[in-house]
Write a protein that binds this ligand. Structure first.
Ligand SMILES: Cc1ncc(COP(=O)(O)O)c(C=O)c1O
Length: 446
């Protein structure tokens, strides 16, 4: 699918070098140095850096209105107003019709376990749930738990090994009259594949099943729109899109209202409160509001509408930001694909065709001949480049690719604050590492 026809990538102009400079200046962490050179953050898939306004908002909350819910005093009222504001902003962010459709929690994993247990209560032995081998385990294990607890049958959708895309015919075969839910990722946190969610949702709904979409990895890269995706649930993690450590769940209103939550008795019986167990981390919520503000600023300043004045709504401003971010990242992805492909002994997995950039986000996983992924990541780390190695909980995919015993893959991820120069630094380092003999005597093969 061409980039300009993928609704996840709304049309936008790439950010200029000057804009990237101004954007980078917003992120205090990006001024860190390593041996006199800028530190290179390619660990975005594990968590992104945050803008200064987010850090300041967290400190401000703790200084100014650090209080628990529903007190008859000013700090509690201010804190509650802020929490309501974050729900409204998050609803705009994901394209939900109503702020009560957004639930916050510790992280995506915790929210998904809570929801899988609540959904599990409605299931009978023999009911079926479909999961995929492309997903992070946080959208698999919570559903597998229901096999043991409720006698639910879990059916698997495999991955095409050549390009790490989902086997959609396999999905068709896995769906049936007993299917109750399809759990699927929007983007793979290992190889960056974007799944065709509207199509998958349509297939699931035609079988009478609900859909639970993990958008954690996609969120910093694409424009989220629960209405366009058509999904019943969607989860993401603000700490992966320039916010503090938190989890965010969207659920269709009737479902959040109708399902029974595991909650303390005095807690609200309505959504979202019934799902938000205990006290929310006020400082992180305040920080997230500032992160949405950052995206609005980016959209307003550098988005397509920048010349014509501010977009009318928060959602439009965030949409303009994501359009500019998407266009910028396409450039980074193209450069990274070409440059990584030229490193001797480096084997990239996933979509490597530059003509198919609209089907992926700029996250790349690879092996380097003669070196374990941990050795490569350690050597990159010594050079001030943060990159992950292992399976990053894409547990099934790494096994399906036969890489579990050899340490998985090295993973580098680019977000909008990364630069072409950082790709060049990475590639230069990989060429050096590839040419080195490691202490164990291993040597690259070509
Ligand atoms: C695709 C994906 N899903 C889920 C998770 C889990 O997110 P959290 O840490 O918020 O539980 C991650 C984290 O790496 C992820 O990349």
């Amino acid at each position: 699918m061409p980039v300009d026809r993928n609704p996840l990538y709304p049309a936008g102009e790439p950010l200029t070098e000057g804009a990237i400079g101004a954007i980078r200046a917003q992120f205090p962490a990006l001024s860190r140095e390593h041996d006199g050179r800028p530190y290179v953050y390619l660990d975005g898939p594990g968590g992104t850096q945050v803008p200064r306004r987010t850090i300041e908002a967290m400190a401000d909350y703790l200084q100014r209105c650090n209080a628990n819910h529903e007190g008859a005093f000013a700090t509690s009222e201010e804190s509650d107003a802020m929490l309501a504001g974050v729900h409204a902003a998050a609803a705009d962010y994901v394209g939900a019709a109503d702020p009560s459709e957004v639930v916050f929690g510790q992280n995506m994993t915790t929210l998904t376990f809570a929801m899988s247990r609540a959904i599990g209560r409605t299931l009978k032995a023999g009911d079926e749930i479909v999961v995929t081998r492309l997903d992070h385990d946080a959208n698999i294990a919570p559903w597998l738990a229901l096999e043991e607890e409720r006698g639910v049958r879990v059916r698997w959708v495999g991955v095409r090994e050549d390009d790490c895309t989902l086997d959609l015919e396999g999905l068709e075969r896995a769906l049936g009259a007993r299917t109750r839910l399809v759990a699927v990722g929007l983007a793979s946190n290992a190889v960056g594949t974007l799944n065709p969610i509207p199509e998958i949702v349509e297939m699931a709904h035609a079988a009478g099943a609900l859909t639970f979409v993990d958008a954690v990895h996609a969120a910093p890269h694409v424009s989220l729109d629960v209405a366009a995706l058509g999904t019943d649930f969607l989860v993401c993690s603000p700490y992966k899109f320039f916010g503090p450590h938190l989890g965010l769940l969207y659920g269709r209103r009737e479902l959040l209202e109708g399902l029974a939550a595991y909650k303390v008795r005095p807690a609200p019986n309505e959504a979202p409160g019934k799902w938000e167990t205990g006290t929310l981390p006020g400082e992180s919520m305040a920080g997230l509001l500032a992160t949405f503000g950052y995206l609005e600023w980016l959209g307003e300043t550098y988005g397509a509408n920048a010349a014509g004045g501010a977009a009318a709504t928060r959602r439009a401003r965030i949409g303009a930001a994501m359009a500019a971010i998407g266009a910028t990242e396409q450039g980074l992805a193209r450069r990274a694909l070409t440059a990584l492909g030229d490193v001797p002994g480096l084997k990239l997995r996933g979509i490597v065709d530059p003509g198919r950039l609209a089907e992926r986000v700029p996250t790349f996983a690879f092996t380097l001949d003669g070196h374990t992924p941990r050795e490569v990541a350690t050597e990159l780390g010594r050079r001030g480049i943060a990159a992950w190695d292992g399976d990053y909980y894409a547990y099934e995919l790494i096994r399906a690719l036969g890489l579990a015993e050899s340490g998985g893959m090295v993973r580098v991820g680019f977000v909008h604050y990364n630069t072409p120069a950082e790709i060049d630094r990475l590639v230069e380092a990989l060429r050096e590492i590839g040419a080195e003999t490691m202490p164990g005597g291993a040597r690259h093969g070509g």
